[in-house]
Write a protein that binds this ligand. Structure first.
Ligand code: NOJ
Length: 522
């Protein structure tokens, strides 16, 4: 396992969807200078790292996950120089920046694909996964067919306009399926390394990697894809050892073995993430059951052998806003959980103020149902919520029309706001190593129906007991001895000789194992 950049041990990430964050040139869409302007907001909240969704040249059929030039910032966001300035300004404020790397596919507008479609053999003929006849539609894959002079079908990775780059097949079964070590797949890996070099040499701190687990085909156990990422990590260790990598994979034992430092638990895959925040009865809405999540988490935690960080995001650009399912003060409990778990927390822009999923929007840039989670950041109570000076009908996505929509300025002022709660939680996390990214976790209560979730976090002799109760009834915990001072509390909680009593809709972080008397006299 490669060494982890030290800053990851205390990283708290903020995800920016660039289209919707801050527009400084009045064209109705966010830009890089807008992010630079708002760095201090992010820093003031307590976040010290940012992941930016793709901002490279693209026809934007999938909001930028359809890249047509990996080494050029899309003009609508600014220039490469603006991006370098953002890196520099962020670093001055102690913030690290991850760009979004989309290694699995490009846009069908990418010059590589245009060359690859030609009948005559050229440098890009094997850059994508093609069959050797247009009549062949390979089982289990969707394809682009009938658009090229070339006689073949090209496998796509996601939408129809996103042809799959060729990293080879783990078990080639047909003549057109190339082995991983064939020249075509090897050239694709080298091209990927060049893209990474390009941005790392300009000051970027690493990458969030899109669909990282699906690069090699016919690779059920992902052994080929793991080997591919080990190759990339070896290159990084050699040339950019400080580059941080987080995968969209959802199976930490595999991604961390591939050399990633972090992997996301997400709304897809086997993690039971949705049981907590986004299902009919989410645990944090007060009436759900977290026990399957906990069982799966423990399995992942043990299997990943602490090789890296398992990351639980508050949300992202692909899933419903947290606030769509979790209401009122229960949102604070969700953040108390997110900010007291091991691994690096990721906060999706606007979740810290409880931004809502905007219902009923027309799809924008391939967003479909995701569009409602991508609406402009609500900065203040001015026109367009302070997002842009463009006429409101020219905005990338309409602003949440609700009269009581939350905004960052009002919540920053208000000590009792959700944002202030999130800020307090980040500060508590940052001031206790046990609560931070590397602290161990042991579950005490698994959040089975109508019960709280409780766990201890520990690091280097410090032990903190966390209890979160989203249910309507108070709960008496009688088997947590040695609890002393409460270092964070929302709602009601009192320490007893055998544990504590936690009120309904309440959360507390309590020091454990220290002598109560001496703590009190400190
Ligand atoms: C996952 C990204 O998060 C999503 O937004 C995108 O549409 C797909 N991958 C395809 O790149």
């Amino acid at each position: 396992m490669s060494k982890r950049p030290e800053w990851l041990d205390a990283a708290v990430f903020y995800e920016i969807y660039p289209q919707s964050f801050k527009d400084t040139d009045g064209d109705g869409i966010g830009n890089i200078n807008g992010m630079t302007e708002k760095l201090s907001y992010i820093r003031e909240l307590g976040c010290n790292a940012i992941w930016i969704n793709p901002c490279f040249e693209s026809p934007f059929g999938d909001a930028g996950y359809d890249v047509s030039d990996y080494c050029r910032i899309a003009p609508r966001y600014g220039t490469n120089d603006d991006m370098v300035r953002l890196f520099e300004e962020a670093h001055k404020q102690g913030i690290h920046i991850l760009l979004d790397l989309v290694p699995g596919h490009t846009s069908w507008d990418h010059p590589w694909f245009k060359e690859s479609m030609k009948a005559a053999r050229n440098e890009y003929t094997d850059r994508y996964v093609w069959t050797d006849s247009v009549w062949e539609e390979p089982e289990g894959f969707s394809t682009i067919r009938g658009l090229s002079e070339r006689d073949g079908s090209c496998i796509v990775n996601f939408f129809t306009h996103q042809p799959a780059l060729n990293y080879g097949f783990y078990r080639p079964e047909k003549p057109w399926q190339q082995a991983m070590d064939a020249p075509g797949p090897q050239a694709t890996i080298e091209a990927l390394k060049d893209i990474m070099r390009f941005w790392l040499s300009k000051g970027c701190d690493g990458f969030r990697v899109d669909m990282a687990g699906s690069l090699v085909k016919n690779d059920e156990d992902q052994k080929g894809t793991i080997a591919l990422w080990q190759n990339i990590r070896a290159f990084l260790d050699e040339e950019y050892p400080e580059a941080a990598m987080v995968s969209e994979w959802g199976e930490p034992d595999k991604s961390l073995a591939g050399g990633f430092h972090m992997d996301f638990l997400l709304h897809f895959g086997p993690s039971h993430y949705n049981d907590l925040f986004r299902c009919e009865k989410p645990f944090f809405a007060g009436n759900g059951d977290a026990s399957e999540f906990v069982a799966k988490y423990i399995e992942n935690y043990e299997r990943s052998e602490r090789k890296g960080l398992i990351c639980i995001p508050s949300g992202n650009h692909d899933m419903d806003r947290l606030a769509r399912h979790i209401k009122g003060d229960n949102r604070r409990l969700a953040f108390a959980f997110l900010l007291s778990m091991p691994g690096a927390p990721y906060i999706y822009y606007g979740d810290e103020i409880g931004m809502n999923y905007v219902e009923g929007l027309a799809s924008v840039e391939g967003g479909y149902g995701r569009t409602g989670s991508r609406s402009p950041m609500q900065w203040d109570t001015s026109e367009n919520a302070g997002f842009s000076s463009a006429p409101s009908d020219r905005l990338y996505i309409p602003i949440d029309p609700s009269e009581d929509r939350p905004d960052a300025a009002s919540q920053t002022e208000d000590e009792a706001s959700l944002r202030s709660e999130v800020k307090r939680l980040i500060a508590v996390r940052q001031s206790h190593k046990a609560l931070n990214n590397l602290g161990d976790i042991e579950f005490i209560l698994n959040g089975a129906k109508e019960k709280p979730l409780a766990y201890t976090r520990s690091f280097d002799g410090e032990k903190i007991f966390v209890i979160i109760n989203p249910a309507d009834e108070k709960y008496e915990m009688t088997s947590a001895e040695g609890l002393s001072d409460i270092i964070y509390k929302f709602g009601e909680c009192s320490v007893t000789d055998t544990g504590c009593v936690i009120g309904p809709h309440s959360a507390a972080f309590i020091r454990q194992g220290a002598d109560r008397g001496s703590e009190a006299s400190e």
